[in-house]
Ligand binder design. Sequence first.
Ligand code: PMP
Length: 359
Amino acid sequence: MVHNFNAGPAVLPRPVLERAQAELLDYQGRGMSILEMSHRSKEYEAINASAEARFKALLGLGDDYRVLFMQGGASGQFALVPLNFLPAGATADYIVTGVWGEKAVEEARTVGQAHVAASGASGGFRGVPAPGEIRLSERPAYVHLTSNETIQGVQWPELPELGDAPLVADMSSDIMSRPFDASRFALIYAGAQKNIGPAGVTAVLIRHSLIERGRADIPAVLRYGTFAKNSSLYNTPPVFAVYLLDLCLGWITEQGGLAAMAERNARKAAHVYAAIDRSGGFFRGHAEPAARSQMNVTFRLPDEALERQFVAEAQAAGMVGLAGHRSIGGVRASLYNALPEEACLALAAFMDEFLRKNG
Ligand code: PMP
C-alpha cells in the first residue's frame, strides 16, 4: 500500500473498501451487487435514507434540513446556487479566498449580479479576511464562502459571523473534518471525493426555508426543490457512489464523529507543518500560519527542479499524489479524513531527510 496524498479523488477508509469488496457480488443475500439493483429497490432506498440520516446526525441537525445527493460536482453547484437563489435585480455576495471561490463567482455572474465582498487575490490567496475587511452589499440574496481552498491550502480557522443573509458554503475539501455550527448555514455543498466518499456524488445540505425560496421557472433537474421533494430519487442517482458515501459516514461516526476527526486531523497536519517550520526556510509554506489548512498542506522548495525531485523521490518511497495543483505548482499534501496518521509521520521524516541531503 502507498501513502496516498491525492487531492481528490483521494484515499478512502480501508474498512470501507473492504466492506464494499465483501458486499460487491452479493448485496445482503440478493444474489446481485448493489450496482445492478434498481434505485427504487428497498435496499437502495435504505442506503439513501441512511446516508441522509448519518450526514445530519454528524452535524447535529434535525428536521429543518434536507441532505440531497446530486451530480455535476461542486462545479455544478457553482451554477445551481445562483440559478436557484439569485433572482434578477438581486446581488449575491462572495468572499473569495482562492481559485475555487473565484470560479464560483464567475459562474454566478453568468446568472446575475455577484459582488466580491472580500478577496485575497492581490495577496496571492494566503489568508482569510479579517471581519473588518468583508464588505457585504446592502441586502445580499446570499453570502458564499469556501471553507477550505484546496489548491492554495487556505482554510478558515473559524467560520465567520456574517449577519442575516443566507450563508452558503463550498465545503468540498473539509466537510466532516471538524465540528462546526452547521445550523448557521442555509446551504452547504461538497463533492464527496475528498473527505466523505468517491467521485460522482455531491452532497448538499439545505435548509427547508431556503428550498421554498428557489426559482420555479428553471428546468426540474436544476431545482433543489425537485431533489428535496423526491429524496434525491427524481432521476437515477449514482447508486454506488451514494452507497460508498454512506459507508464513509458510518466510518466517521464509528471513529467518534467530527470531534475525533478534528483531533486526529490537527495532529496529522501538525506533523507536516512542523517539518516545514523546522526547515529554516527550505520548505516555504504558502498559507499564512493563521489560515493554514488542516486538509491541504501547500509549500514550495527553493526551485522547481528541487520540487520535481522531491515529488519523484517521495513517490519512489511510496508517497503518492504530492505534486501541487497544475495551476500553481509546488508541493501539496492532502491529509483528508481517511489518511492515516502514519502517512503524515512518514512524510515529515522524508522531508527532514530530503532537507539533510539537499539543503
Ligand atoms: N470546490 C473545491 C473547494 C474543490 O476543491 C473542488 C475540486 N477540487 C471543486 C470545488 C470542484 O469540484 P468538482 O470537481 O467536484 O466539480
